[in-house]
Every structure is written in C-alpha cells, then in structure tokens.
Design a protein around this ligand. Structure first.
Ligand code: TNX
Length: 535
C-alpha cells in the first residue's frame, strides 16, 4: 500500500527533473528555489504583448484548469507572469528574449514580440511535461525552477517542409505540424503545394487545376522502380486540396505562432497535374493523367508566353494569400527531353538568343523572378535553378548536397541548406529497414541529423552571412498520412531545431539525447507518433 507521505514525494519528483529545453538556450543560469503557478497567478502584459498574454493563458488553462487573469497595464503585485517588449534589449536581435524566473514571478522580455513568443515556448518546457495535456490534471504541482535565460537563434531561416501532393494531408494536421515547429522555435513552413501527382491549392481563375489536377485515379503500390512492367496500382482515387479560405486560416494560424508560410508552386518540371488540367501548358498538347507513380515525369511546361502568363495569374492569387517575403517556384528535376524534341521550343531558344535547354529553364525562372521582384517579393528555388544561370534575385535551396548552396553564396545569393544527406526526413532512420515502414531509401539517423552544420567548412567567411539557415524535408511518396509524417519527422526535427538555434560550440549529442528523453514525454502527451529512440 502506498502511504500518503510517499505519494507526496512522488508528486514532488517533478521538482528535481533536470532542465530539458529543446533547442538548448544560449545562456541558461539556474537560480535557487522555484516559482509555483496557481489559480491566483496573474498574467501581466504591456499593451503590445496583450495578445501573447491571452495566448499564454490559453496554453496554460487546459492542463492546469486555471482560468488565469490577463491584466494589460496597471500595477504588478503578487504571483505573476509578466510579458513585456523591451527595446533596451536590442542586442538580443529580432527573435531573442530574456526570461527570469524567481519564486515570486516569471518575467519575459524581448526587443520584439517574436522573442516574447519564444520566451513563452521555453517557459512551457520548464513546466512539468503534463502542462501539454488538454484536460485538467491535478497530479503535479505547476512549478518552474528559478532560472535566468538569455537566448537568441543562430539562423533566421529555421524551416520545416511538408509535401502534401504525393499524399494529401488534412488541414487540421497541417496546423498541428506548424504548432510543433513553433514549439521548437522553428519559424518557417515550406508548403509544397503542386506536383505531378496532385495540385493542392484552389486558384479561382483556373478551376480545373483542382477539379482535375487535385485527383489521381490510382497510386503505385510498393517501391518505385523505373521498370514499368513491375508497376502495380491500387485502383483507388486519391486527392484533395485546400480552398483559399483554408489557406487563409492556416496562414493566420501560423502567423500567431511566428511561423511564415512559404508556398511552393513548381515550374517548369513536376507540373504534370497542371498539364492534366490544361493540356496546352504542355509541349505535346496530349492529354495526360495526374501521375499515379513516383519518380520524375517527362512532362514539362511549354515555355510559351501563355504559360508564363498562366503561372503569373496563379502567382497573383498566391501573393494575395501568402504575405511572406518568399515564394518558392520549384525548379528541380525538370527533364528537358520534350524541349529537345520540340521544334517549337528549339525555335524559341533561338529566338530568345539562348544557348541550350538549361538556359531556357533559366529564362523561365527569370520571368518569375522579375515579376515577383516588381511586386516586392523574393523568389526561392531548388538548386537546379543555378544551371543555365541564376536569376538575379533568386535565393537557392540546396538539396543535392551543399555544393549548389556554396556556389550561390559565393555569387552573392542567399541560401537555405536542405541537403538530402542530413535534412531529408523521408529517409530511413535505421539500418534495420525491415523493422521500419517502407521509405524512399537513405539512412539519416537522429545523430546524423544532429551533426549537420548548415555552414559548410569550405565556405569562405565573407560569404557565410548568405546562409540563411536550413530546412527539414518531408516528401510523402511513401508517407500516406499524418501519423507517418510524425514518425518520420520526429524526433529528427527536434535535432534540426537545435542545429538551427544553438551555437555550435554548445551542441552536445549526449546532452541532447538526455533532454530529449524528457521532451519525448511532452510529445507523447501531444499525441505525436515519433520514432522511439534506438538503432
Ligand atoms: C527529389 S528534393 C525531389 C522530390 C522527391 C524527393 C524524394 C527535390 C527538390 N525533388 O520531388 O520527393 O527527391 O526524396
């Protein structure tokens, strides 16, 4: 039988749990004693932080059952959590914050509101993991160890990518994915919205993009090989898309969490779903189906003025939905065979004074770059956009290793590192493939994801400022739904979050795994289907 004093000490075990914040803060100094959150605690904010005060109250209420008072302005006394913008802390940068916890109060100050938000994320991780429950729980005391934290990120682009084309992901899950990014102080969501296998964004001017392009008749079963005689299809219609209203909702949801959404509209390759909807976008004029298999498609957009105009119309609607600075136009894996075979394209190449098909692709991307720049936006594309000459305003996302990123940085362009070797979370996490769900290949265990450095050693110091950061990719050919996305993305995304936030000299894999063990309890409570630790 458990006696009462023993129960009490069990409850108190929480008080001795080591600090387990991911990503590891830059400076963290433990103090003495602890703050205890009670129903009497008041959340005090200045005027500009009022929204964040209410957001914090909403985060704390479900598990604690405390409907905490949010007081904007006025005097501060008693047990309180204070949130305040403090321009004297400018040295902490656009996203940094200072968090002080003493037995009487919690104080979060930051030069910008993003920092206040990140201070709140750290505070959540200093509370018992049960704070993440979504119904009242009275099995713990809601304590926060006394501590002083000064913290800011290493990189401004801390991204997570999600392919919703190979398999459609419901809106509610997209929000959860964003929520998880924000919990790990990630600030960019790359939403891969168009593909050979599906077009997922409503464009009111061109309804067939979703009427036709969002649906495929069948999907390949099992692993893809180039030998078409081995292909077996499931015969099941698959698809879905986001209405413009859905998108506005998700973008607003992300904004409240200081996450910028970067939409990707692929061109000129990976566009078969668009060609299925409007065959004149293609080179042959033939009708093609929305692709039901993986691998690269031979279908590529016809580089005509009407195709350019069509895609600029699409981007016009995209710009209205996505207020962020960056628009991703793909550019990867565009097979040029149809361009080589087309007399029309060959004449076009000559007429434009271009040397070859690579320059034709660069011309295509340049039309978009200039068009976006004229509207105050920035183009980002996969590293193939370097071939045939980089558009003047382009930012490069380097996926085929880091070489493309290095070349772009040396040419004075900004870069987001996304190499397959370290940041492709569709790759296997174990060498024991039989024990894992079917994946595309590769081997990227947690330790390798953690070891990644977005700044290549060979990049000369004067170009390093062009490395904006990095991004984790979740391509979904073999990932059929949300639970499997979580399995592939977590815990590797937590490792990447630390890569992107914590100074390299402070990274330590053993220490990270120690904190991760506590952190996984949080993810359990949040119902994240992460892959358990182990080989
Ligand atoms: C290459 S990465 C692609 C994607 C695939 C991925 C699979 C990139 C820019 N293109 O279309 O889904 O490999 O890992």
């Amino acid at each position: 039988m458990i006696t009462l004093p023993l129960l009490a000490s069990l409850v108190l075990v929480q008080d001795t749990v080591p600090l387990a914040v991911i990503p590891q803060p830059v400076n963290l100094t433990p103090g003495t004693g602890m703050f205890t959150l009670t129903a009497q605690t008041v959340i005090w904010t200045d005027r500009v932080s009022a929204r964040l005060g209410h957001q914090l109250a909403e985060l704390l209420e479900p598990a604690t059952g405390f409907p905490l008072d949010v007081q904007v302005g006025g005097t501060r006394t008693g047990s309180r959590i204070s949130l305040r913008r403090d321009t004297s802390l400018k040295r902490l940068g656009l996203e940094g914050y200072r968090l002080e916890v003493s037995p009487t109060r919690v104080l979060i100050r930051a030069p910008e509101l993003a920092g206040v938000f990140y201070g709140i994320q750290t505070l959540r991780q200093l509370l018992p993991p049960e704070i993440f429950r979504d119904a009242a729980f009275d099995g713990v005391r809601w304590t926060v160890p006394a501590v002083t934290v000064e913290d800011w990120p290493r990189f401004p682009w801390r991204g997570g990518h999600l392919d919703v084309c190979r398999h459609f992901m419901p809106k509610e899950f997209v929000k959860k994915y964003i929520d998880l990014l924000a919990l790990h102080k990630m600030n960019s969501f790359h939403w891969h919205l168009t593909e050979d296998q599906g077009w997922r964004i409503e464009i009111t001017k061109y309804p067939r993009l979703t009427d036709v392009g969002a649906w495929r008749a069948q999907t390949l079963v099992g692993p893809y090989t180039e030998d078409s005689t081995t292909w077996v299809f499931d015969g099941e219609r698959h698809g879905g898309y986001y209405t413009q209203d859905d998108i506005r909702e998700i973008v607003a949801y992300a904004k409240e969490r200081f996450v910028t959404v970067v939409p990707e509209i692929e061109m000129p390759g990976h566009s078969q779903a668009a060609i299925a909807a409007y065959p004149w976008l293609g080179n042959t004029g033939d009708s093609v189906p929305v692709l039901g298999r993986w691998g690269v498609s031979a279908n590529i957009l016809k580089p005509s003025d009407s195709t350019i105009a069509f895609y600029q119309d699409v981007l016009t609607e995209v710009l209205q939905l996505f207020p962020g600075p960056f628009i991703h136009v793909g550019g990867d894996e565009a097979l040029k065979d149809q361009w080589k075979a087309s007399p029309w394209v060959q004449a076009r190449i000559k007429e434009l004074g271009l040397a070859n098909e690579e320059e034709m692709q660069s011309w295509f991307i340049r039309q978009m770059d200039a068009w976006l720049a004229a509207r105050g936006r920035r183009l980002v594309g996969w590293d193939e956009i370097l071939e045939g000459g980089l558009a003047p305003g382009a930012t490069v996302m380097s996926w085929r290793g880091t070489e493309g990123g290095i070349a772009a940085a040396r040419a004075g362009h900004d870069v987001v590192m996304a190499p397959g070797s370290h940041t492709y979370f569709d790759h296997y996490q174990s060498q024991n493939r039989a024990a894992e769900p079917l994946a595309i290949g590769g081997f990227t265990p947690l330790e390798k994801a953690y070891a990644f450095d977005p700044v290549p050693a060979e990049l000369e110091p004067q170009y390093r400022r062009h490395i904006l950061g990095a991004q984790g990719q979740v391509w979904t050919e073999y990932i059929k739904g949300p639970k499997q996305v979580e399995y592939m993305a977590y815990p590797r995304m937590t490792a990447l979050a630390e890569v992107l936030w914590t100074p390299p000299a402070q990274k330590n894999y053993e220490d990270f795994v120690g904190r991760l063990r506590t952190h996984l309890r949080r993810l359990d409570i949040l119902d994240v289907n992460y892959r358990p630790l182990g080989p």
